[in-house]
Design a protein around this ligand. Structure first.
Ligand SMILES: *[C@@H]1O[C@H](CO)[C@@H](O)[C@H](O)[C@H]1NC(C)=O
Length: 223
């Protein structure tokens, strides 16, 4: 009887320990399954943090704004402008047009002041002239061409664009590709500019040069 009682106690202890073991591993398994999505969420969050503003190839240092400007592709795909991860103008936003697309951004805060597209083929060049004359001090000016930025271009507009730091505004002609970031009161030429002349021998598309992409980090203006 005593032996059988001891045996029963042993079996009871064994069952108890095994049960506890299984319950424990079940709980930790459950905790793992609970943790897994959180862990995956963390990874996604880390990836988002690692992704640069505007999809730049390298992140910008502190006190710099990230930007990316793409010109239009032939007369088919409209241009786009991104500033500090904010899409200012794009075909998806449906706020671009053929000609010159121009956005004004406060050089200190990085906030968009206004943007507009100007038809340079059949529009009135007075409207773009007026827009450029009213660029406030300390403002960044982003420009992207689409289809034809040149037909209605005139010397007054070229002068204003050159004053913003453009090197190619004086050459801009029919169906050229052009992307530019300048600023009001820029003392020198802007390093942010790309230009491709419409040339039947080198054009990527029939009738138009290749689209241009410009990305970079522009220093915040501290007053
Ligand atoms: C840009 O932002 C600064 C700081 O808020 C402000 O003082 C300045 O007036 C703004 N400039 C324009 C043109 O909005």
């Amino acid at each position: 009887m005593r032996v059988s009682g001891l045996l029963r106690l042993l079996v009871f202890t064994f069952v108890l320990v095994t049960t506890l073991f299984f319950v424990r591993s079940y709980i930790s398994f459950n905790m793992q399954t609970v943790r897994l999505p959180r862990w995956m969420g963390l990874v996604t969050k880390e990836n988002q943090v690692a992704k640069t503003k505007c999809g730049l190839s390298k992140p910008c240092p502190a006190n710099f704004f990230a930007f990316k400007i793409s010109s239009g592709a032939a007369n088919v795909v409209g241009p786009s402008m991104c500033f500090e991860n904010h899409i200012i103008m794009s075909p998806v936003k449906n706020n671009v047009g053929r000609g010159l697309n121009i956005a004004l951004v406060n050089g200190t805060t990085g906030l968009v002041l206004r943007h507009n597209s100007f038809d340079m083929y059949s529009g009135d060049p007075k409207s773009v002239l007026q827009f450029l004359k009213e660029v406030p001090m300390g403002t960044l000016v982003l420009v992207a061409s689409y289809d034809d930025p040149g037909t209605k271009m005139n010397d007054d507009i070229r002068k204003l664009l050159s004053d913003l730091g453009s090197s190619y505004a004086k050459e801009l002609g029919f169906r050229d590709s052009w992307v530019f970031l300048g600023a009001r009161e820029l003392k020198s030429k802007s390093p942010f500019e790309e230009y491709l002349k419409n040339n039947p021998d080198t054009n990527k598309y029939e009738g138009w040069p290749e689209l241009l992409e410009l990305e970079g980090c522009v220093p915040k203006k501290v007053f």
